[in-house]
Design a protein around this ligand. Structure first.
Ligand SMILES: *Cc1c(COP(=O)(O)O)cnc(C)c1O
Length: 223
C-alpha cells in the first residue's frame, strides 16, 4: 500500500508536463504491479536482462525505460519493446540501437547521457562530444533512432550548490541544442533528478525524473 501512496503523492507534487519514471531495478514484480494498479505506466530498469524478465510477465502497456549503461550486445533483447533508452554515450551504441530497431521496424527514442558530475566513475559524453555528435553527419544516417533529449546524473554529494550547478549546466546545453532540428533529432526531454535530488533538478528545468527508493523503498544492494 505504501508504494501506491508514494506514487499518488509524487504525482500530486509534480506538474503535468513532468514525467515520472519509477525506477524498479532490483524490486520484485509485486511492487511494480502495485504501482501499475495505482495507474503508473513508466518504469525504469538498469539491466537489460532484468527488464526483459519483467516485461515478459507484466502488462504490455507499460513503458520501459532503460536507464543504465548497457553493453551493445544486449540491445537486441530489448529492441522490440523498449520505450526510451536514457544512457546512450557513444556513436557505437547508437549504431547498434539503430540496427536492432530496424529489424523490428521501429524507431527507438534515445537520450544522450552527458557527464555533469565531477566524479570520475560516471559515464557520459562531455559537452563538446555531445554537441559534435548531434552535429555529425553519421547521425543523419541512423534513421531508426531518434535523439529525444539529454540525461545527466549529478554528483553524489550533500553540497546542494554543486548539484544545482551541475543540473544548471546541463540545462543550458539542452537549451542550446534544442534549437537544432534534424529528421531524427529533436531535443524535448531533459532527464535529470533521482530520489535525493529531484527537487533541485525540477528547479533547474528537468522534465523527466527517475525516482527509485523514494517510491519503492531502499534497495537491498547497490545497483
Ligand atoms: C538507480 C537509478 C536511479 C534511481 O535512484 P534512486 O536514488 O533510488 O531514486 C535513477 N537514475 C539512474 C540512472 C539509476 O541508476
Amino acid at each position: 500500500m505504501l508504494i501506491k501512496k508514494n506514487i499518488i503523492d509524487f504525482k500530486k507534487n509534480i506538474d503535468n508536463s513532468t514525467i515520472l519514471v519509477a525506477v524498479s531495478k532490483t524490486k520484485p514484480i509485486a511492487d511494480i504491479k502495485e504501482a501499475y494498479d495505482a495507474g503508473h505506466r513508466a518504469f525504469g530498469e538498469n539491466k537489460v536482462q532484468e527488464m526483459v524478465n519483467k516485461y515478459e510477465v507484466l502488462p504490455k502497456d507499460i513503458e520501459w525505460h532503460m536507464i543504465g549503461h548497457m553493453q551493445s550486445n544486449k540491445i537486441k533483447y530489448m529492441a522490440s519493446f523498449v520505450h526510451l533508452i536514457h544512457g546512450v554515450d557513444s556513436i557505437k551504441t547508437l549504431k547498434e540501437i539503430n540496427k536492432q530497431a530496424k529489424k523490428h521496424d521501429r524507431i527507438i527514442s534515445c537520450l544522450l547521457q552527458v557527464k555533469i558530475a565531477k566524479e570520475e566513475t560516471k559515464f557520459g559524453l562531455s559537452f563538446k562530444e555531445t554537441e559534435s555528435l548531434i552535429n555529425s553527419e553519421v547521425i543523419d544516417t541512423l534513421q531508426n533512432v531518434k535523439i529525444a533529449g539529454l540525461m545527466g546524473m549529478a554528483s553524489f554529494t550533500s553540497n546542494e550548490n554543486q548539484i544545482e550547478d551541475e543540473f544548471a549546466s546541463l540545462r543550458s546545453l539542452f537549451d542550446k541544442l534544442k534549437e537544432i532540428e534534424k529528421k531524427n533529432i529533436k531535443l524535448e526531454i531533459l532527464s535529470m533528478g533521482m530520489s535525493g535530488d529531484y527537487k533541485i533538478a525540477l528547479e533547474n528545468g528537468s522534465n523527466m525524473i527517475r525516482v527509485g527508493s523514494a517510491i519503492f523503498g531502499a534497495r537491498n544492494y547497490i545497483a
